[in-house]
Design a protein around this ligand. Structure first.
Ligand SMILES: Nc1ncnc2c1ncn2[C@@H]1O[C@H](COP(=O)(O)OP(=O)(O)O)[C@@H](O)[C@H]1O
Ligand code: SF4
Ligand SMILES: [Mg+2]
Length: 330
């Protein structure tokens, strides 16, 4: 890995914005617009586990889907290994699709109930590697099943015959079968029984070590970030408010929102702040406050915070979007 490649990143997003048009009220001509992403910039380095953390509704899934090309951005760009990919049509995107795969939150919804396990795993190969022979497909499917701890005999069975943890293994196998470099994992363990969450996380760690994978790992659980991540972006209402090495973030959280999240971590293993009540509410993404979006909940908010929007700026080895940090009054 050269310093330059590291600088460039395997995946880069620049100025990503996403607005969703909402149905209008019957008495109003105005179409309300929901601001899901409000200018997200990030460089994901080759080989790292880049975590994105934040409360439900802050835009994590939208970010992952835009990176994968499943949702179109309203503005901004996605680059993969030096090529811009967000504006490619289906055919020109195909070579990139084999190199990047996604694991979804809910393995009950993400596996086609009418497709056997074998067909589920063979499908990405048939679609993305059409020249592979049948025997090669069978071999690749068996190999990936063994790699994720699935019995190759499962191949003839249907998804409903499996538990949530087994289904997520199958979903991970499907993501790995094209031998990708990059995986977007959108809360891959949060729909699973606590008792099997660690197994799935270990499987993803092992896959990372064996295959040199790069992850965009989306979670609302800071304990998962601590165990799994190299760097972490904390999101709030469609923006990154703090970006740091995981160790740095836990040792020295800078943004007031990051501090709030860390204080809310239950000390129990597997605890998640989403299950805890957060002080204050997330503002409405249809009418976000004019200044810093966190101001209504922030103990350090002042007039400037309510009027201006802080940009993400270097703060020590981290990057933080906060006037109190900038002004040294944190
Ligand atoms: N297809 C959609 N149509 C309208 N609003 C959406 C859509 N997808 C997401 N949103 C909204 O965008 C915001 C961000 O959602 P999401 O990316 O799912 O957040 P997270 O994954 O962090 O919970 C939320 O307010 C959500 O309601
Ligand atoms: S900019 Fe102001 S309101 Fe926003 S987090 Fe910093 S201190 Fe709080
Ligand atoms: Mg989500």
């Amino acid at each position: 890995m050269t310093g330059l490649a590291e600088e460039r990143g395997l995946v880069e997003v620049r100025g990503l914005e996403k607005r969703f048009a909402m149905p209008s009220h019957f008495l109003s001509r105005e179409k309300p617009v929901l601001h899901a992403l409000n200018g997200v910039d990030a460089v994901i380095r080759r080989g790292e586990a880049f975590c994105v953390v934040g409360e439900s509704g802050c835009g994590k899934t939208t970010l992952g889907r835009i990176v994968m090309g499943l949702t179109e951005p309203s503005n901004g760009e996605v680059h993969f290994d030096g090529s811009r990919i967000d504006d490619l049509g289906e055919t020109r995107r195909r070579p990139f699709r084999a190199r990047m795969q996604m694991v979804f939150q809910n393995p009950y919804a993400s596996l086609n109930p009418r497709r056997s396990v074998f067909d589920t795993l063979a499908e990405p190969l048939r679609h993305l590697r059409p020249r592979m022979r049948r025997a090669e497909v069978r071999e690749a499917v068996e190999a990936v099943m063994l790699a994720v701890g699935a019995d190759p005999k499962w191949g003839r069975r249907m998804p409903h015959e499996f538990s949530g943890g087994q289904r997520q293994r199958i979903a991970i196998a499907r993501a790995l079968v094209t031998d990708p470099e990059f995986i977007v994992a959108d809360e891959p363990i949060s729909a699973l029984d606590v008792s099997i969450q660690a197994q799935i996380l270990n499987l993803m760690t092992k896959a990372r070590e064996e295959r040199g994978l790069t992850y965009l790992f989306i979670t609302h659980d800071l304990n998962v970030v601590r165990h799994f991540g190299d760097r972490v972006a904390v999101m709030y209402l469609g923006r990154i408010v703090e970006l740091a090495d995981v160790v740095e973030l836990f040792d020295r959280p800078r943004h007031p929102y990051t501090r709030l999240l860390l204080e809310a971590i239950p000390k129990l293993e597997g605890g998640s702040f989403e299950r805890e009540r957060q002080p204050g509410e997330l503002p409405n993404p249809i009418k976000p406050p004019p200044g810093c979006a966190f101001a209504p909940r922030c103990p350090l908010a002042d007039e400037r915070c309510r009027a201006e929007r802080p940009a993400l700026k270097p703060a020590g080895p981290a990057r933080v979007a906060c006037f109190a940090v900038e002004e040294g009054r944190d």
